[in-house]
Ligand binder design. Structure first.
Ligand SMILES: *Cc1c(COP(=O)(O)O)cnc(C)c1O
Length: 360
């Protein structure tokens, strides 16, 4: 099977642009005329340090990151940041606010509870996993060191389309499944973290963007590798960083630039999602449970009338070259993850399969 003859709707690790994979392949045995693979080059060499600097500069330019924000590359995925965030941001405080809008929020809260008292901002609206609870119901704890939210809940397909206003308390966002899908005003945030394998790279590296002034002395129990201030001092190289994943992230940034940057990506991403939701809404056969104004532009979930039809649909889709459309095991149904690297033609093919299947 050739990469350009099928579409991969995996929620993560997710599809990468063909040209990025081809460039990685072409450079695999001889990176920048070194005679070595990028995998075989020391992280403290001038060569790799230069690459890190270039990637950081590309990112700063692409996202427009103000100079009082640090950019860090961590191993350990987004789940590791569920612990690193409280350990680095609590300082003398013992409380933190969390929006609970789905599975990833809950996992972040569970980890945070090991280090502090967690207040569920959205507790007034139980099971808020198919809609972002209305502002008027939010309950903040005045003692909170920070407010955490999950910008896009990857499993249900619920997304904040506005940055929540939390006043002067630092806002922390898990943007793992939506970072770099659209322009973003970094200055609204104290800290953003995003594992790369959904929307801008491969598994292994997590990007952190953190404002200078939100960093407290890390808790005494903080592992050195998870101490943001130590990692800032060491340019993310306190220990060996995930060098190959960082390299692929760098290629993705160049690809995003070639696509016209984040405004151009947003237009395409919105158009892809709008087409799918319009088809679902126009049909009595497919159903999406998410509040229309809170629907994700990255993960489009829908159900068919029964499990048997869902199985048949997945089978027919695969025959048409559409892969990994099965919904998360907790939800069932279908999930089309349509991140940056999913071509619009993939969505158009999916729409055609949906129409034909409904008719038959
Ligand atoms: C996938 C995902 C995670 C988990 O990422 P890991 O790198 O596997 O730890 C966390 N949050 C969100 C929003 C995700 O989509």
């Amino acid at each position: 099977m050739k990469k350009n003859t099928y579409y991969n709707f995996s929620a993560g690790p997710a599809t990468l642009p063909l040209t990025v994979l081809q460039q990685a392949q072409a450079e695999m045995l001889n990176w920048h005329d070194t005679g070595f693979s990028i995998m075989e080059i020391g992280h403290r060499t001038e060569l790799f340090q230069q690459l890190l600097t270039e990637i950081k500069n590309d990112l700063r330019q692409l996202v427009n990151i103000p100079s009082h924000y640090h950019v860090l590359f961590f191993a350990g995925g987004a789940n590791t940041q569920f612990s690193a965030v409280p350990m680095n941001l609590l300082g003398d405080k013992q409380h933190a606010d969390y929006f609970n809008t789905g599975v990833w929020s809950v996992l972040a809260m569970q980890e945070a509870k090991k280090y502090c008292q967690v207040n569920d901002v959205t507790t007034a609206v139980p099971n808020a996993c198919y809609a972002i609870p209305d502002k008027t119901t939010w309950q903040f704890d005045p003692r909170a060191a920070y407010v955490h939210y999950t910008s896009n809940e990857t499993i249900t397909g619920v997304q904040f389309h506005q940055i929540p206003d939390v006043g002067s308390v630092p806002l922390v966002a898990d943007m793992t499944s939506c970072f770099l899908s659209q322009p973003i005003d970094i200055s609204q945030f104290g800290l953003i973290y995003a594992a790369a394998q959904k929307n801008f790279g491969q598994a292994g590296v997590t990007l952190i963007i953190v404002r200078d002034d939100v960093l407290s002395q890390a808790l005494a129990i903080t592992p050195a590798t998870l101490d943001y201030q130590l990692q800032i001092k060491n340019n993310s190289c306190l220990n060996t960083p995930p060098t190959y994943a960082i390299y692929i992230l760098g290629l993705m940034l160049q690809w995003l630039k070639q696509q016209g940057g984040l405004s151009a990506m947003e237009k395409i991403n919105r158009r892809k999602a709008a087409k799918l939701y319009a088809a679902i809404d126009a049909s009595d056969f497919y159903h999406n449970q998410v509040n229309p104004t809170d629907r994700s532009i990255m993960n489009v979930t829908f159900t068919l009338p029964d499990e048997n039809l869902t199985k048949q649909f997945l089978h027919i889709a695969q025959q048409a070259g559409l892969y990994q459309l099965r919904g998360h095991k907790k939800l069932g149904g279908i999930r089309a993850s349509i991140y940056n690297a999913m071509p619009e033609a993939g969505v158009d093919t999916l729409l055609a399969v949906m129409k034909n299947f409904e008719r038959s």
